[in-house]
Design a protein around this ligand. Structure first.
Ligand code: GP9
Ligand code: MN
Length: 630
């Protein structure tokens, strides 16, 4: 590289690098808490900027200055567009968002207040470089010669090494960052704004391709497979909760093994244990989520479709047509909302909720959050419940709302004052800390019920509490085995995927129901209780009160559970004994069907097949353009 002159290329790299870091620290409020995060911030813009610069170096020499200025302009524009967007929404731009009217429309109304006079600073360097290039042209210092790719090899080595360091450090900071496509804030923080956009383009492309080849026939085929929805309206629970407010509680990371269990003689979930005796309780209910965790549980409940095996549908297929539960409830006169004491952008909820037909999303901006009333991921569950009931009191009735709890989230942090029970003692710090946070969440649900009663909302409501996904992974099997006093093998691991489902309808007799059930069944079950009949829907779940329902729950990885067996890792276990069996009738009749069902569900998501739905074609999204979703 000896012939390289003092080059505008290095100057451009330096300027864009510094500018990106400064914008990150100031506009995007990226905070640095440790040396890892500092290095991530410093390193992440370099590889992609350098890659583009090396590419320009391979272009004809008389074109290089134009490309270089264009590169500066485009990069600065991308950054600045995000700055303006962030000032309004504390979020970053994604491709699906560009196609979704609401946010952008909101932005255009307030754009004049978002653009500041001092923003000119962001563009000054382009003028400086432009002037310098003209000067260097005159003095013969520019242009560079046209380089061959092979000449630039040392740069590629640098790019690869820096990328690997970046990904390595990011993985330490946030394991499974890419596969779980976490919050955009975290993606930008760990990958940098440019890589984030590159990744967004990749996600978008991957999700759009199969859509092009899909047609109406695909949907017909799925509907044929599903067959006619079974109904058993003679059953006395049909319409029993008609017209009542619907209150969902997404109980973070709770697994059924804590129900009716004690630590040092103290109940882990005293309130839920009591509530179960006054509710419809499904004692063998499974979560069916995959990498999209909480968001997958919301996807399952709202659409009665399976989530993606990889990534999160909330990110990857956010532009699809859906005909979701909030939209259906809206059509039935309900005001629909979701409430969460965390960022609206987490799991892309603020974008996906538009598609699902929610009227309103209450996020951290709608709550009084102080250092004292928050821990870990955000607002503590008890103040969250209290403030959420305040919001409910303001909602038009009947309402349909969902409260997303947060305190019982890994790493299960809790202040001493909030500990109603002691930590467990085992070799897993995670499991040890889990029990007090579960107990705290239990207390918060008690507070919710007390407040609903005090404020006169209780009698007129149906309250559904469900566990969103597991909280203790198989990494903690040894400690779990100590707690459960039995060995944890793959059969037991499946059983540990059971989460509570409690449906509480004041005035309705309690019942513990032992049918094998899963999150995919919540939607048809709720609609049955609400007395809502939906024509023309494509769902994979079943009404759990139907006598014709087949007892089969399919997990996203292809494992399944029937009345008598659990199938996991190509092994069929007898449920009653936990022993593997060769008995062909127990699992064999289901194996192929389970795969087929997952594939049909995937085909709906990947092909965006619900856009062919007659109903959907007739009824565009009911969200009023002026209504703001967070
Ligand atoms: C964050 C909360 C947690 O908003 O829903 O998500 P999770 O990590 O449980 O999927
Ligand atoms: Mn969760």
């Amino acid at each position: 590289m000896k012939d390289t002159k003092p080059s505008a290329f290095w100057l451009v790299l330096l300027l864009l690098w510094i500018k990106t870091i400064i914008v990150g620290l100031t506009e995007f409020q990226i905070s640095i808490h440790n040396i890892n995060q500092f290095f991530i911030l410093i390193i992440n813009p370099i590889p992609i900027l350098l890659l583009i610069i090396t590419f320009i170096l391979t272009r004809k020499s008389n074109r290089q200055s134009t490309y270089l200025l264009l590169f500066m302009l485009v990069t600065t524009f991308i950054m600045y567009a995000n700055v303006v967007y962030y000032r309004e929404f504390t979020d970053f731009i994604t491709i699906p968002l560009l196609f979704m009217g609401n946010n952008i429309a909101d932005l255009s109304n307030s754009i004049h207040t978002l653009i500041k006079p001092y923003d000119i600073i962001y563009f000054i360097d382009i003028l400086v470089v432009g002037t310098l290039i003209i000067k260097w042209h005159k003095t013969g210092k520019f242009p560079e010669k046209k380089h061959r790719f092979s000449e630039l090899r040392p740069y590629y080595v640098v790019i690869i090494i820096l990328t690997m360091i970046n990904i390595g450090l990011a993985n330490i900071e946030r394991p499974q960052l890419l596969t779980r496509t976490f919050d955009r804030e975290l993606l930008v923080k760990n990958l940098g704004i440019y890589n984030f956009h590159a990744y967004d383009v990749y996600l978008h492309t991957m999700s759009r391709a199969p859509r092009v080849f899909a047609n109406e026939g695909g949907l017909e085929e799925v509907n044929e497979y599903i067959g006619d929805e079974e109904t058993s309206k003679e059953e006395d629970l049909f319409g029993i909760a008609e017209g009542r407010n619907v209150i969902f509680v997404a109980a973070e990371s709770i697994q059924s093994f804590v129900i009716n269990e004690t630590i040092n003689g103290e109940e882990i979930t005293p309130f839920l244990n009591e509530l179960i005796n006054e509710s419809l309780y499904f004692e063998e209910f499974y979560h069916q989520t995959a990498q999209g965790k909480s968001s997958d549980s919301e996807f399952l409940i709202n659409n009665s479709l399976y989530p993606s095996a990889r990534g999160a549908v909330f990110f990857s297929h956010v532009s699809n047509e859906y005909y979701a539960l909030p939209e259906i409830m809206g059509e039935n006169g309900y005001y629909t909302s979701s409430m969460h004491g965390n960022n609206g952008s987490f799991w892309n909820r603020n974008v996906m909720y538009n598609q699902l037909g929610y009227d309103r999303f209450y996020t951290k901006d709608d709550y009084q959050i102080t250092e004292k009333n928050s821990i870990g991921w955000g607002l503590k569950d008890i103040p969250f419940m209290e403030q959420s009931v305040d919001h409910m009191l303001e909602m038009p009735q009947p309402f349909y709302t969902k409260l997303i709890t947060l305190t019982n989230h890994f790493p299960f942090e809790l202040e001493e004052d909030d500990m109603y029970i002691d930590r467990y003692e085992s070799n897993s710090n995670t499991l040890n800390k889990y029990f007090p946070t579960v107990r705290y969440m239990d207390e918060s649900i008690k507070v919710l019920f007390e407040r609903l009663k005090e404020d006169g909302l209780y009698e007129d409501s149906i309250i559904i509490i469900y566990g969103d996904h597991d909280g203790i992974s198989s990494n903690h099997n040894q400690a779990m085995s100590q707690f459960l006093e039995k060995d944890i093998n793959e059969f037991e691991e499946i059983k540990l995927q059971q989460v509570p489902l409690i449906i509480h309808i004041p005035g309705v007799d309690s019942k513990t129901i032992s049918t094998v059930s899963g999150q995919i069944d919540i939607r048809p079950t709720l609609l049955h209780l609400m007395g809502v009949e939906v024509e023309n829907q494509t769902i994979f779940g079943n009404n759990l009160f139907s006598e014709e329902r087949e007892e089969l729950v399919i997990l996203r990885n292809g494992s399944f559970i029937t009345e008598e067996a659990i199938f996991v890792n190509n092994t069929c276990y007898v449920k009653a004994t936990g022993e593997p069996t060769e008995e062909p009738l127990l699992c064999d009749p289901f194996i192929e069907r389970v795969q087929e069902e997952l594939e049909y569900s995937d085909s709906i998501i990947y092909g965006d097949l619900l856009r062919f739905h007659e109903k959907q074609m007739k009824q565009p999204s009911k969200l009023d353009k002026n209504e703001k979703l967070e």
